[in-house]
Every structure is written in C-alpha cells, then in structure tokens.
Design a protein around this ligand. Structure first.
Ligand code: DON
Length: 579
C-alpha cells in the first residue's frame, strides 16, 4: 500500500508538476449518487446526457433499430421533459453533427429569434436605464422558440424511425410523471415566487401555497405530453401553426408580449459552417455566430499554443495564469465584436487567426495579472449565480457524432408557461445587449453588434464541439451548460486532453476556472487548487473567487482501440451509457 501511494505521488508529480492533481475522484462523489452511471465504455454507441431518463430514451431508440440521429431526437425531447428548468421546446439551441458516410460536418442553429416587433430600446426605461427584470421574466423575455424546428430538421435529414417512435419516451415521461430530483427542487425553490405569479406555471410546478414541490414527489406534465403528441403526429406545424401556436400567442397577448403567429410560422433553422481551428495539429470544429463559443475557444487555444503549458504543469500557477489571461482577452473581444453574423459584420476570421493570437500572446506578462486597464474598454460589473441549460453528446461505432446544447436560458426561462401547452417559454432575449455596456444574467458585457433587432438571434456562448484526430476522424465530442463559462469549460477540457494528455475522466473532473475579463478575477470551482498554487496566482496580482462554475461537461472520446468512452460530469445529474 505504502509503495502504491508513493508511486501514485511520483506519477502525479511527473504528470502535473509538483502539486497534486485536483479534480473530482469517483470516491469523492456526493453520497447517494450511483458512481458507475457517470462513466461508460462501449463500441457500438455511447450516450452522455444530463439525465438518466434521457440517456435511457436514446438507448431505447438504438434498441428499436434507430440510428444516432433518431437517438439525438429522442434525447432532445426527453431532456425537455426531464429538465424543464433547463431546457424545453419553448427554447432553442445548437447541434453540431458529423455524418460519416457523407462526410457532412454541419452546425444546426435553432437559436431563438427576436420577434418582429422587438426593438433596440425595449429593455430600457425612459432614462435609458436597463430594466433587468423585463428581459428575464414574463412575455418580453422570450424569443421565438427554435428547438422543435431544429431537432425535426436534423431528424428529417438523417433519422430513420418515425417521429412517433422516437418521441415516445418523452411523451410517456411527461404523461406518467417522474420523481423530482434534488437539483430540480432547488431550481423550483429559487424561482417559486416568479412561477407563482403565472397560474399556468404554478399549476404544474408548485404546491397550492406556492412552495416548491419536494424532491421525491412526482412531477406530471400532462399538457406538455399533449403538445408533444401533436408534434409527433403533425411535425413542424404541430408546434408552429394551429392550436399550440395559437395558445402561445394567446399567452403572449394576455401579458402584452410581442410574439405573433407570424413570428412562429416564419421561424427559420439555419445550417451553418462550423468554426474550424487547430490545436497542436488536431482539428477542432465548434459553433459559429450567433454563438461566441466556437470562435473564442479557438482564439484562446491559438493564444495558448504559443506557450509550453505542459512543461509548466497542468495545474501550475503559471499555466493557470496564462490560460486565464487568454480567457480574459477573449472576453474583451467578445464584448467588442460578437453578435449575429446575419446582421452584423463579425470578424471571425481575424479572431481565430494564428497571427492575431500570437500578437495577443505577446501582450500577456508572464508573472503579472492583466488588468482591465490593459484593454480598450473599462467597466466593472457583478457576475451572478450559475443558471441552467443542458448538453448531450452521442457517438456511434460507425464514426457518426451528435453533440448539442439546448436551453431556455435561466432556470425556468421566463417563468411563463403558455397556458394549456405545458411549454415553459425561454428568456433568451436577456442574451442581447440591452444597450452598449449592458450586462446580462452571466455578467457578459453587451456590445453594439448584439443590440436587439427584429428577427435577430441573441449572442450565445453555447459550444458543442468535435475534435478530429490526425487521420481526420472525430475522436472527441463535448459540450456543457453554464452561460459564459461554457466556452472556457469546453476549452479547458480540450486542453486537459490535447495538451496535458489526461484521460477523459480526469479531463472532465479536474478543477476548472474561468476568467471573463469583467469582473477582474479568476473564478475557481470546487475542489479548487492547492493553497500554494493560489498564493502564487495572488502574488501575480490575480483576484481569486471560489465559486462553482456550473459547467456539467458531457463528453465522449473514441480511444485508439476504437472503444468509446463516455463521461458525464460528476458535478450533477448525468448518465453515460454505451454498449
Ligand atoms: O446561449 C447562452 O449562452 C446562454 N443562454 C446559455 C444559458 C446557460 O447556459 C445557462 N446555464 N447555466
């Protein structure tokens, strides 16, 4: 035993410099969680999602003879039911796919769109001051939902089983109910007051006295089941036209919102070219605008390619300093340039160029924290608590990949359920800049390219990502929820694999950190770093904030022997399963 411990120490010292590796070990997992559900190995297929029932829904579809795209459709609808506080058919998302046979690499954008009547000043008062609640709660908070259109489009292109079959697990779950789990109770508690102000929302999620339903009791979503049945039967028009659409619009009208039948009918999915970058010869594909995610992941990695991070050690103060400084720079650029590229000229090519990255790398002092004074814009704003969203990744043995982040934005989105539909409407309008310098739920600073315009998509950080090996075959796919932290969490997991040679469990479970330019601090999540590492960072002038980042990576890696290895972040609910 003694020799084993010494050997472990020596190996980790060699791998990670002198400090011990900090990350979640299976043995540390919260009591009551089934430790084996977070990791799985298989050859035929692998599913990593944030919900047990969702992973089982995708498995059901594979067992029925469906393909990976049927499984992704099943997972999308199932997670909408299982995590109604995080995502749903009242929201939107992105899906990155690799279709092996055709070699198609496609980024599906089903992000919400601002209603036609939305306008630049809609979240400002008469004095030009941001009315924070207006973009967060109630009818104005919602963009026209895109999730149903996006998922059905992918299914139409590549699925082979009928919709009725792939949607069955979701419909059954909504109809027959499921046990409320602790994280759902926490989210409901946090939003109980807001949910209580809408009878249509209260009826589903709260007790008579407006308290949150307790974990362990059953959540029924009967209206949602009916809506899902309609979609399964009628397809797109079951949601965007007819009864369901009319009910969504009626609920908007009741509270004086802007969304109309025309907005719903004219919702458009966009098939986009993924952002492409490389890191040490590995090709990385991720989400282009209206997400900022892919662009900044590539930008940060490009900056970091200029340093010998591995030589410094994975969790050394020097690597953390350089990495968080690169994040800081990228977020300053995010505020300055990013928005919906259908509306604004977003300089993605420059942002992801190696030349630009080299110039930025030269700006990072090796032993001193950058200050916001080093950047052209200077503001200090406060970051709020993590909210929610969801991610799943699926791979099969034939080389196909689907990786998708889906959301209604904050917990329970706008808190408004469209009466009679069970649909929780999103609050994605908060991802727009209310004005230049405005701050959203995640503390991200808004720029001119991201102001509200009719039919524009709000800027996102969601970053479904696929990495290709040197034979140009996909070997790693991943994503996560958690607002602006999405792109830095995905980027760090990539670094952990591509730079530091970690196995997938360690890469996902490792301590993560985040810098987003404003506030001027490195936010470090549990289980944090060694005290001496933090002391070194402080000596360089970094402020440290110990606060969970909220990311829950869902990742799959294809090992060189062809085995698929799935890991669901052990930080919350999740389940990886494969055979
Ligand atoms: O699109 C975005 O970047 C945000 N609306 C995502 C929200 C989110 O991840 C909330 N999760 N914690």
């Amino acid at each position: 035993m003694k020799y084993f411990l010494i050997l472990t120490f020596l190996v980790s010292s060699i791998l990670f410099g002198c400090s011990a590796f900090k990350g979640l070990r299976k043995a540390d997992l919260i009591e009551g969680k089934d430790k084996n559900t977070y990791e799985s190995f298989g050859k035929k297929y692998m599913i990593s999602t944030q919900g047990e029932a969702t992973t089982k829904a995708a498995r059901f579809v594979f067992e029925k003879g469906g393909n990976i795209f049927d499984a992704a459709t099943a997972a999308s609808f199932a997670i909408s039911v299982e995590r109604p506080h995080s995502t749903g058919i009242g929201g939107g998302g992105f899906m990155l796919i690799h279709h092996e046979k055709s070699n198609h690499k496609e980024a599906y954008d089903f992000r919400e769109m601002a209603p036609r009547m939305a306008h630049k000043g809609m979240f400002l008062d008469a004095n030009g001051k941001q009315i924070k609640e207006k973009s967060l709660t109630g009818p104005f908070a919602s963009g026209t939902p895109g999730l149903v259109a996006g998922v059905l489009e992918v299914h139409k292109q590549y699925g082979k089983l009928p919709l009725e079959v792939v949607m069955e697990p979701a419909i059954k779950m909504a109809e027959m109910g499921f046990k409320i789990y602790p994280a759902l109770e926490v989210a409901t508690k946090a939003k109980a007051k807001k949910l209580c102000s809408y009878p249509s929302s209260k009826k589903i999620f709260l007790n008579e006295d407006c308290t949150a339903r307790k974990a362990g009791t059953i959540l029924y979503q009967k209206d949602l089941a009916l809506t899902l049945r309609k979609i399964a039967k009628e397809g797109l028009s079951g949601f965007y036209e007819g009864d369901v659409a009319k009910k969504i619009v009626a609920s908007q009208k009741k509270y004086k919102g802007l969304m109309t039948l025309k907005d719903l009918k004219n919702y458009k999915v966009k098939k986009r070219e993924p952002v492409v970058g490389t890191y040490r010869g590995y090709k990385i594909l991720s989400m282009p605008p209206p997400s900022s995610g892919g662009t900044h992941i590539v930008q940060i990695l490009n900056i970091l390619e200029n340093f010998d991070l591995k030589g410094f050690g994975a969790q050394s103060a020097k690597s953390i300093h350089l990495t968080s400084s690169a994040m800081q720079i990228a977020f300053a650029d995010r505020a300055e340039y990013m928005g919906d590229s259908d509306f604004k000229n977003v300089p993605v090519d420059t942002l992801i160029s190696k030349k630009y990255a080299k110039r930025l790398a030269n700006k990072i002092p090796h032993a001193r924290a950058l200050s916001s004074k080093d950047f052209p814009v200077s503001m200090s704003k406060i970051m709020r608590e993590p909210e929610h969203t969801t991610h799943f990744t699926i791979m099969d043995g034939e080389g196909n990949v689907v990786t998708s982040t889906q959301t209604i934005n904050g917990w329970f989105g706008s808190s408004l359920v469209a009466e009679g539909t069970g649909i929780v409407m999103n609050n994605e309008m908060d991802d727009f800049a209310s004005h230049v310098g405005g701050v959203n739920l995640f503390g991200a600073i808004g720029g001119k390219n991201n102001l509200v315009e009719p039919r524009k998509r709000p800027l996102s950080s969601m970053s479904p990502t696929i990495v290709y090996n040197k034979e140009d075959k996909p070997f790693l796919a991943l994503g996560t929820p958690s607002g602006t932290r999405i792109l830095t969490c995905v980027m760090q997991t990539l670094l952990n694999v591509l730079e530091y040679d970690m196995g997938l469990w360690d890469a996902v479970a490792a301590t993560r950190y985040h810098h987003q330019w404003k506030p001027e601090e490195i936010r470090i999540g549990p289980p944090f770093f060694d005290k001496d590492v933090e002391a070194e960072l402080k000596a360089m002038g970094h402020k440290i904030n110990h606060k969970a980042l909220g990311c829950k990576i869902q990742a799959i890696m294809k090992n060189s022997d062809g085995n698929l290895h799935g890991v669901s972040d052990p930080r919350e609910e999740g389940m990886s399963f494969g055979i």
